[in-house]
Design a protein around this ligand. Structure first.
Ligand code: ADP
Length: 292
């Protein structure tokens, strides 16, 4: 299966929310990464058919998704940040309810299989409102998978989850990505760092980069530096520079800088991470790092 975005553009009066987005997706996990306002929701809503593009089109195996209409929506699963599930329903009841809406014949077997897949079999009788954030996200995935979609869109999937739940969630997404197209939209690098096969970086509606996991770090190759310094000097330097962080390692204070040129005489090149790419392209730390 190929999902081809051709020059997809969305304008609101004077504001261009998405400008000429062009990319071809196949099976795998795609990270749609960018700060707030980058155009991620706009792109997802256009794909989901909730928003009409000003120009451009999306093709599924060569056919316009707009023309395919319902046929396309049937193979699409979309998990928004807040899916609005009935809080007093149990996990199982919610699955049953959505299975009925999606017209799934004899759903029990499918429901049990999916609850097992997302590790919720033991909690399926508990009310949704009693679920932890991670359990809610996993149930959301199970609901989205009921009709076995070929394309799954997840909005900010691990926001608010603890590290163990994040890992569990990533494992589930990794498995789904083996035979489906999974699009994860986020502004948090660690959400997608270890699971995405391909990265799409959006900045102010423009496509800043489309790279595979093998190529993404090339963007900052030879541009990431660290030098030992005093805590005070590091703080002064990093205070109002978007390309610098303070790192404490083995009792030393290090200035971690993403820069085309060597920033200090004692700066040593270091191995880049995805967070460095984010900083280089967006000129800001992803939320995760700035919270530390
Ligand atoms: P993201 O999901 O990456 O945070 P969005 O797709 O929501 O970004 O927004 C992209 C840009 O389009 C932002 O500058 C936003 O303010 C603007 N935008 C989104 N929806 C509307 C709208 N209905 N009217 C005007 N501008 C909008």
């Amino acid at each position: 299966m190929t999902l081809e975005f051709k020059n997809v553009t969305k304008k609101y009066r004077s504001k261009t929310a998405l400008n000429g987005f062009t990319a071809t997706l196949t099976e795998g996990v795609y990270a749609l990464l960018g700060p707030n306002g980058a155009g991620k929701s706009t792109l997802m809503n256009i794909l989901a058919g909730l928003l009409k593009p000003t120009a451009g089109e999306i093709l599924l195996d060569g056919q316009s998704t707009e023309k395919l209409g319902r046929q396309f929506r049937n193979i699409l699963g979309y998990l928004p940040q807040d899916p609005g599930f009935y809080p007093t329903f149990s996990g199982y009841e919610l699955m049953k309810y959505y299975a009925a809406l999606k017209d799934i014949k004899r759903p029990e077997e499918r429901i049990n299989e999916l609850l097992r897949f997302v590790n919720l079999s033991d909690d399926s009788k508990r009310k949704y409102k009693e679920y932890s954030g991670g359990m809610k996200r996993r149930l959301g995935i199970a609901v989205c998978l009921l009709n076995d979609p070929k394309i799954l869109i997840l909005d900010e999937p691990t926001a608010g989850l603890d590290p163990k739940e994040r890992m569990r969630f990533r494992n589930i997404i990794g498995k789904i990505g083996r035979d489906k197209t999974v699009i994860l939209a986020t502004h948090i690098v660690s959400d997608v760092e270890s699971i995405a096969d391909c990265f799409i970086l959006l900045k102010n509606g423009e496509t800043a980069a489309v790279r595979t996991a093998d190529e993404i770090l090339d963007i900052v190759d030879g541009k990431v530096w660290e030098n030992v310094t005093s805590a005070q000097a590091a703080e002064e330097y990093a205070l109002d520079r978007a390309n610098a962080n303070i790192v404490k390692r083995d009792g030393e204070v290090l200035l971690h800088i993403v820069s085309d040129d060597k920033p200090f005489d004692n700066s040593e090149p270091v191995t880049p991470t995805l967070e460095d790419v984010y900083m280089y392209i967006f000129n800001e730390a992803s939320e995760e790092r700035s919270k530390e």
